[in-house]
Design a protein around this ligand. Structure first.
Ligand SMILES: [Cu+2]
Length: 379
């Protein structure tokens, strides 16, 4: 069932329990589906009009169906009381002690996640709705003694691995939902209320990236003449040589550029402005997913030993000609930010871009990040 449902990598302490619960629920629903489906088929066959031309006003005489219904009800009570309630109670009651946990406030708004750390003193500073502005989205009162060392970010949540986290969740405007798929966390953020959520991340972002590696292949190459060929047929391609205006030798489109509609516009503009003529351009088929928000999962070097991309470097279309020229046609990549905060409530027109970056790192890396953030605070 796990494979069939293709759960994402699990990266929190309570995650496996949620997964087995989800899996069990699917088995239970499958049993109910097959059971009720068979019952339905049985009744429409057994009581079809050709065999029962006249309605029987007495109805059923046996009590078998009562037992079936009773059994289904008992089964559902067992699933709820025996499995679902205890697991849920564990999630909402067994909170870690605040001394051991990292406590962070997260406030959703259209369309950002505002993150608030209490800083060195461990006490959150005063916030006031009248202080909310574009520069101070949390309305933090910096004149309050407890607020002086507080760290706030927009869409940047850093957490240490293997340490309990308590997120105090709220919203400024509409209902959002704080969703961390790898950590099996999802909680609605409701304006005017604060909901605590807790979990223990057990994998770092780097480990999750390592667990999710994708291989992309460069495809066929084609030579295209801008004058006669329609560029829009080549949206999956990247240029392998510059497109040069042959009249004055200027480069209009440099190599390593994805063939997107704006290229056509740029070229047509050059034609109308100066009657430009262009050389033919060689293109290589390159999946968009290969270079979109991806990092190299291995180090790739050119034939002369120089590095094209180090492991962990962000990939771009500009690197594609270098891969191609050095005979690298298969590139293993990782997601640049596999761990994101997603908003799982349709919260408005900009809902799709309500993504926060979440970085789970070692305690040392986390401390270093807090320190570097604190260095921006004015004394
Ligand atoms: Cu939202």
């Amino acid at each position: 069932m796990f494979d069939f449902l293709s759960f994402p990598v699990v990266a929190s302490a309570h995650g496996p329990e949620i997964d087995s619960m989800t899996s069990m629920m699917h088995w239970a629903m499958l049993i109910l589906f097959v059971g009720w489906g068979s019952f339905f088929l049985f009744t429409i066959t057994r009581f079809r009009s050709s065999k029962n031309p006249k309605a029987d006003y007495m109805g059923l005489r046996s009590h078998a169906s009562n037992f079936v219904e009773g059994a289904v009800a008992v089964f559902e009570v067992v699933v709820l009381v025996g499995l679902a309630f205890p697991l849920w109670a564990k999630r909402v009651n067994a909170f870690p002690s605040e001394k051991e946990a990292v406590i962070v406030r997260v406030v959703g708004e259209q369309f950002n996640w505002n993150v608030h750390y209490s800083g060195g003193d461990g006490v959150f500073g005063r916030t006031d709705i009248s202080l909310v502005s574009a520069e101070n989205p949390l309305g933090l009162d910096r004149s309050d003694a407890n607020a002086k060392d507080d760290i706030t970010t927009i869409n940047q949540l850093h957490l240490p691995v293997n340490k309990p986290v308590i997120v105090r969740l709220s919203s400024k405007d509409v209902i959002h939902s704080f969703s961390l798929p790898f950590f099996r966390v999802k909680q609605d953020a409701i304006p005017g209320d604060i909901f605590p959520v807790w979990f223990v991340p057990t994998k770092t972002t780097a480990e999750i990236r390592e667990a999710l590696r994708y291989t992309y292949k460069l495809g066929k190459t084609v030579e295209v003449d801008f004058k006669s060929d329609d560029f829009l047929d080549y949206l999956d391609y990247v240029t392998l040589n510059d497109i040069v205006n042959e009249k004055d030798g200027s480069v209009v489109i440099s190599k390593g550029t994805r063939v997107l509609p704006y290229i056509k516009e740029q070229l047509s503009q050059a034609v109308t402005e100066s009657g430009a003529e262009f050389n033919k351009v060689k293109l290589v088929e390159t999946p968009i997913a290969m270079t979109f928000e991806k990092v190299a999962a291995e180090t790739y070097s050119a034939k002369d030993g120089s590095v094209i991309a180090n492991k962990g470097d962000l990939l771009s279309d500009a690197l594609v000609p270098m891969f191609f020229e050095n005979g690298i046609t298969e590139v293993v990549v990782g997601l640049a930010t596999p761990t994101e905060i997603a908003c799982a409530q349709l919260c408005g027109l900009g809902h799709y871009r309500m993504r926060g970056t979440m970085i789970v790192e070692t305690q040392e890396e986390f401390d270093a990040w807090l320190k570097s953030e604190a260095s921006y605070l004015q004394p």
